[in-house]
Design a protein around this ligand. Structure first.
Ligand code: IPE
Ligand code: MG
Length: 227
């Protein structure tokens, strides 16, 4: 979800107005994804690198997160959406952790869609943590090194409960991954749009899905093999 700041600048507003508008987009896209029967939607809400922003912006983003969780809670339940998070929650303010844990607990039985918020998330850090844990298990003879395979790695990632990514959308014209879900995007289809996140409406999301549907996913095979 990129482009909140640029949206605000264009509108002659403070950056935070872009984030507030961006939160409204989240609400619309989450509902549309569930309506489209998407089973997993993962949103990059706050990266490990986002701490480097001005303190005031970080604080406001944290506050916005708490108020959005409070506001969206009943809508998540109404749409049978289960909330999860990935990332290192330890360094988030208590207000965020508490609200997040509350909504996660209260939505855990919902079955229609899993909405995962990536918070204080960085894919490199995620892989480092997994390697550390696996190394310790090898050291203590819990895992034998020859047995280390894809599933060993996956089961030690924050994203262990997520399937491989089918489609990755980035808004605002930036064409990069920025340390998001590196393992799970190995075979993802990438979709970049110039639309800024606050302007990204359900029609834009539908357009991305239609574009995705037209792609031939070969996973290394030939075209003839998959028809
Ligand atoms: C995305 O919008 C929101 C977060 C990263 C929290 P930006 O804040 O990155 O918007 P730009 O890139 O400055 O336009
Ligand atoms: Mg940005």
């Amino acid at each position: 979800m990129d482009g909140n700041g640029r949206w605000a600048k264009k509108a002659g507003k403070k950056r935070f107005a872009g984030h507030t508008r961006g939160a409204e987009t989240v609400s619309e896209i989450v509902e549309e994804a569930a309506r489209k029967k998407i089973k997993f939607l993962t949103l990059f809400a706050f990266s490990t690198e986002n701490w480097n922003r001005p303190k005031k912006e970080v604080n406001l983003l944290m506050k916005l997160l708490v108020s959005s969780l409070k506001k969206e809670f009943s809508r998540l339940n109404k749409n049978k959406i289960k909330l999860c998070s990935v990332g290192d929650l330890n360094s988030l303010p208590n207000s965020v952790k508490d609200e997040l844990m509350f909504v996660i607990e209260k939505t855990k039985k919902n079955k229609k869609m899993v909405l995962t918020l990536a918070l204080n998330y960085g894919a490199k850090e995620e892989i480092i943590e997994a390697v550390k844990t696996i190394s310790n298990k090898v050291k203590n003879s819990i895992i034998s090194p020859e047995k280390v395979d894809e599933s060993t790695i996956i089961s030690h990632l924050y994203t262990r409960n997520l399937p491989p990514v089918d489609l990755l959308i980035r808004t605002s014209g930036e064409e990069r991954i920025s340390n998001f879900l590196l393992w799970h995007i190995a075979y993802a289809e990438l979709y970049f749009t110039k639309t800024l996140w606050p302007d990204f409406k359900k029609e834009d999301f539908q357009k991305a899905l239609i574009n995705y549907k037209k792609r031939e996913r070969r996973f290394g095979k030939t075209s003839e093999q998959i028809i």
